[in-house]
Every structure is written in C-alpha cells, then in structure tokens.
Design a protein around this ligand. Structure first.
Ligand code: NDP
Length: 278
C-alpha cells in the first residue's frame, strides 16, 4: 500500500513555521491579490489565499476589478502596487478575461514582488536553472517530494500536462534536480506507455481519473495535481483507489498539492519581504 503524500499536514507545518517567523518581524509582510471579473473558481482561490494569509500574520488586500476592466487600468493598478511599500508580493489571479493580454499584464509586476513566478523574467530564470521566483504549485510539488525524501536525481520523471503554471515549470524543476524528464500532453499517443516508465509521475491534465493503476509503475511516486469538479465533489486526475495499491507514494485530492500551493504562496511572500525574490 502506498505511503500517503500528505500535503495538508506538510502545509500545516510550513504555515506554523511561517507564523513563527512573521511574529518576529518589525512589520507585516503584505500580499495584494488582484481579481478581474467574477470567475467563481478564481474567487474561491483568492478567498482561501486571503484567509490563510491572515492565519500566518501576512497582511493581505484584495483588488476586485470588473470583467470589462481594460488592460491600461489593470496596468495602472499593478504599477501602484509596485510602488506601495506595505506590499511585498503581487498576485494576479488567472485566468484574465480574454480581452486582456495576460503576459503583458504579468510582466508589469516588479521582479521583487513576483510571488507567483509568472513574469517572463522569472520563466526565463527558471529555464536557466535559477529558482529565485518559481510558481507556487510546482514548488509545492517538489517540496512534497522532498518532505517524503523521494529521490529525484537520476530518476525518470514523467509530467502529464505542459501548462505554463504547472506542467512546464514542474518539469524544469525536476530537470534542475537531475531527473530525466518526459513531458506528455493531449497529443501524446499511448499515454500509458510513458507513465508506466515513471519513477515519479506528476499528473496535471485536468481530466478526472485519467491515470489508472495499469498506467503506473510498481512503487512509483504519484503526485496528483488535478482539481476537477465532478458530480459528488472534486476528483483528481489519478484514480486514487486503483493506484494506491501499486504506487509507492501517492498524493490525495483534496489534501495533496492544493494546500502545498497556498503554503508556497505565503513562503514566497515572506521571501519577497526579506528581499529574497519569490
Ligand atoms: P491546463 O488546462 O492549462 O493544461 C492541461 C494540460 O494537460 C495541457 O498541457 C494538456 O495538453 C494536457 N492534457 C489534457 N488532456 C490530456 C490527456 N488526455 N492526456 C495527456 N495530457 C492531457 O491545466 P493546468 O495546468 O492549469 O491545470 C491542470 C490541473 O491541475 C487542473 O485540474 C487544475 O485545476 C489543477 N490545478 C491544481 C492546482 C493545485 O494547487 N492543486 C493549481 C493549478 C492547477 P495540451 O497542451 O496538448 O492541451
């Protein structure tokens, strides 16, 4: 039976450590969250981030902008937050409405306040092996592997999904740690042929129960990033019940990568406060 990669418990430990640290600081680290439009999932994520900030003693402020906000207004807001000394991290919740150029808006965020690691500069740095500003979900995935002392170097890691927020940066971080990395996506024929070769399998496809036991190598570490709304609640991208008897380690949904993502956002905010980018 697989060892559970308990993101909930690991994130709680991290939050406690952060709360201890922030208590000793002369002023509170500050995070500004910008939400454009009324995407219900985005609102839930920002609510959770705000609540967790409070718990660990991070000041948070939220800027709700209407759906029809134009790019110029958004840029003006970000520039104001760049200049605001009580704000150390700026989070621009994605996705943005289609009429706004997402990368242009992200690239206005000051490098010193890039808590999400989505600016072009941070993406380039990560590709070059510099992890000063790395996105929160990939950072949370790696931290979870490290917490459970899962060897990465020289192992074959397979990442299912190639988005800029999860798949690609996770693959880059695994490569930086000397894994041999394969990236799969929706055009990959015979996905199981690749996933069965994985010592470490990261699944971030947004497809409920895409990965089943016959697609998993005996003893592999399986990290399920997926959060999918299904009839009775939420499901991951991995069929947990069938895979838990075959994997060596497996992360649950909920209680796996989700809480780690939020913990990494708080850690990145504190790092920005301390002048360590991200
Ligand atoms: P995207 O939709 O941006 O990317 C999904 C990726 O999966 C794409 O690269 C796509 O391929 C690939 N894919 C889709 N279907 C298949 C398939 N059948 N076989 C192989 N690859 C496939 O999603 P995100 O990366 O933003 O998120 C992925 C999942 O993770 C979602 O469920 C999301 O909710 C969740 N998530 C969870 C977080 C957390 O904190 N736990 C944080 C962020 C996301 P292609 O490029 O060819 O289209």
């Amino acid at each position: 039976m697989a060892i559970l990669l308990d993101g909930k418990a690991t994130a709680e430990k991290i939050r406690k450590r952060l709360a201890e640290e922030t208590k000793k600081l002369p002023e509170k680290p500050g995070l500004a969250a910008i939400l454009v439009g009324s995407n219900p999932a985005s609102k839930i994520y920002v609510d959770i981030k705000e609540k967790t900030c409070k718990e660990v003693g991070i000041y948070s402020e939220r800027h709700n902008l209407p759906e029809n906000t134009d790019g110029k207004e958004l840029i003006a807001l970000i520039e104001g937050l760049n200049a605001k000394s009580s704000i150390h991290g700026i989070l621009l919740q994605l996705p943005l409405p289609g009429h706004i150029n997402t990368q242009t808006a992200l690239d206005i965020i000051s490098p010193a306040k890039d808590v999400d690691g989505f600016t072009s500069r941070s993406v380039a740095k990560l590709a070059a092996g510099n992890e000063d500003n790395v996105p929160c979900t990939p950072k949370g995935i790696i931290r979870l592997l490290e917490e459970y002392k899962i060897p990465i170097a020289s192992r074959h890691a397979v990442v299912v999904g190639r988005s800029m927020i999860v798949g690609k940066p996770t693959a880059a971080m695994l490569l930086n740690r000397n894994a041999t990395v394969t990236i799969c996506h929706s055009k990959t024929p015979d996905l199981g042929n690749y996933t069965r070769q994985a010592d470490i399998l990261i699944v971030a496809a947004g497809k409920p129960k895409l990965v089943t036991a016959e697609m998993v190598k005996q003893g592999a570490a399986v990290v399920d990033v997926g959060i999918n709304k299904v009839d009775g609640g939420i499901a991951g991208d991995v069929d947990f019940e069938s895979c838990k008897g075959k994997a060596g380690w497996i992360s649950p949904v909920p209680g796996g990568v989700g809480p780690m993502t939020v913990a990494m956002l708080l850690e990145n905010t504190l790092n920005c406060y301390k002048g360590i980018e991200g």
